[in-house]
Design a binder for this molecule. Structure first.
Ligand code: HEM
Length: 304
C-alpha cells in the first residue's frame, strides 16, 4: 500500500473484544484543531444546535466557570474560527473569568452554543460533586451521538451515564473515577470507541428513528463509526472537558484494510451477547461477519 494506514485502523486490533481503558497522552490542540472537513462539520453542527438545541445542548447553573475555562483553552489552542463570536469576546488573564464585552453584556448570551458551533468535536463538561467527588455531566453540546440521548444524561454522575453499557461500571468505574480525579493540566488523554450504523449520518440520536442494522444487509449500507475522545483537565474549576470526534467509514473502505477487517470480525465474534445487544449489533452479527469476510477485490496491505 502507498502511505501509512488511516488512524482509525488502530481502533480494531486483532484481539478478543474487551472494555479497554486505553488512554494515551496526546495533544489537545491537535484534537480540537480544524480539519479539512471543517465547513461541512460546522454546517451540520449549526443545523442541529439551531433546530434541536433541547436535545443536543445544555449548561446547568454552576457550570459557567467550566465553560469559561474551556473557551479560554479554545483560544489558547487557536481552535476557534475567526468568525466565531467567542473569538471576539475577551477573556481576562485570570483563567475562569470571562469579562464583559464593551457593551456590558457577555459577547454572546449562549456561549455554550457558540462553542458548540465553533468546534468540530462534540464536547461535554464534567464537574466533581463538592461532597462525593463524583463527576457529573453539567453541560456541553453533543450533535453527533451514537444512539444515546444527551438530554437524558444531563446532571447525572458518570457511573449513572455508563449504566446501560454492560459490565462497564463493574470493570472500570473506579479506574475512570481515579483517573479523572488526578487529571493534570496540559496534555489531552485520548481513547476511542467504535460502533456500527446503517447510515453515514453523524447524528444517530435515538429520536431520529434511523434505520437499524437488521438483515438482510448490503455491503454498501453498513458504516463503521469511530469515536475519538479526549479528556482535558480544567484546573481552575477542577472540572474536566471531554471531547468527542466522530468519523464514519463505509464498510467497503474497512474491507480495503485487511487488519482492520480482521480485527472487526474478531471483535464481533468474541463480544458478549449483552454487549452486542447494547451496540444494536445482535440481529446483524452473522450478516456483518458474512459481509466482512466475503472477498474484496481491492484489499490493500496495512503492513508498513
Ligand atoms: C475515561 C474513560 C472512559 C471509558 C474507558 C469509557 C468507556 C465507555 C465505553 C466502553 C462505552 C460503550 C461504547 C460502545 O462500545 O458502544 C461508553 C459509553 C458511553 N460513555 Fe464512556 N468512557 C469513559 C469516559 C466517559 C466520559 C468522561 C463520559 C462523559 C460523560 C462518557 C460518556 C459516555 C456515554 C454518554 C456513553 C453512551 C452511554 C449510552 O449508550 O447510554 N464516557 N463509555
Amino acid at each position: 500500500m502507498t502511505g501509512p494506514p488511516p488512524a482509525w485502523v488502530k481502533v480494531l486490533p486483532d484481539e478478543d473484544y474487551q472494555h479497554s481503558f486505553g488512554l494515551k497522552a496526546g495533544s489537545a490542540e491537535t484534537f480540537f484543531a480544524p480539519t479539512e472537513r471543517h465547513a461541512d462539520l460546522l454546517a451540520q453542527r449549526r443545523h442541529w444546535l439551531r433546530n434541536d438545541a433541547a436535545r443536543c445542548a445544555a449548561l446547568l447553573p454552576g457550570a459557567e466557570p467550566l465553560l469559561e475555562e474551556a473557551i479560554a483553552l479554545a483560544r489558547q489552542w487557536n481552535s476557534l474560527p475567526v468568525e466565531s463570536e467567542l473569538c471576539r469576546a475577551h477573556v481576562s488573564q485570570r483563567a475562569g473569568e470571562m469579562s464583559e464585552a464593551p457593551g456590558g453584556a457577555l459577547a454572546t448570551d449562549a456561549p455554550h452554543l457558540a462553542l458548540g458551533e465553533a468546534w468540530e468535536p462534540d464536547y461535554i463538561l464534567l464537574k466533581p460533586d463538592a461532597v462525593t467527588g463524583r463527576f457529573h455531566l453539567v453541560g456541553g453540546c453533543v450533535c453527533f451521538p451514537s444512539s444515546w440521548s444527551f438530554e437524558e444524561k444531563v446532571g447525572k454522575p458518570l457511573e449513572v451515564i455508563h449504566t446501560p453499557v454492560p459490565r462497564l461500571n463493574d470493570e472500570l468505574a473506579s479506574p475512570i473515577h481515579n483517573f479523572l480525579s488526578r487529571l493534570k493540566p496540559g496534555a489531552a488523554w485520548c481513547r476511542a470507541n467504535w460502533g456500527m450504523s446503517r447510515s453515514p449520518e453523524l447524528n444517530q440520536h435515538p429520536a431520529r428513528g434511523l434505520r437499524k442494522l437488521t438483515p438482510p444487509l448490503r455491503e454498501d449500507e453498513v458504516w463503521l463509526r469511530v469515536e475519538d475522545q479526549a479528556l482535558v483537565a480544567l484546573p481552575e474549576s477542577r472540572g474536566v472537558l471531554f471531547g468527542i470526534r466522530m468519523t464514519v467509514i463505509p464498510l467497503l473502505e474497512v474491507k480495503r484494510h485487511p487488519t482492520a477487517a480482521r480485527g472487526l470480525a474478531r471483535a464481533l465474534r468474541t463480544m458478549p451477547g449483552a454487549m452486542l445487544d447494547y451496540k444494536s449489533l445482535l440481529p446483524a452479527k452473522d450478516e456483518l461477519l458474512r459481509l466482512l469476510e466475503s472477498e474484496h477485490p481491492s484489499a490493500v496491505s496495512d503492513q508498513p
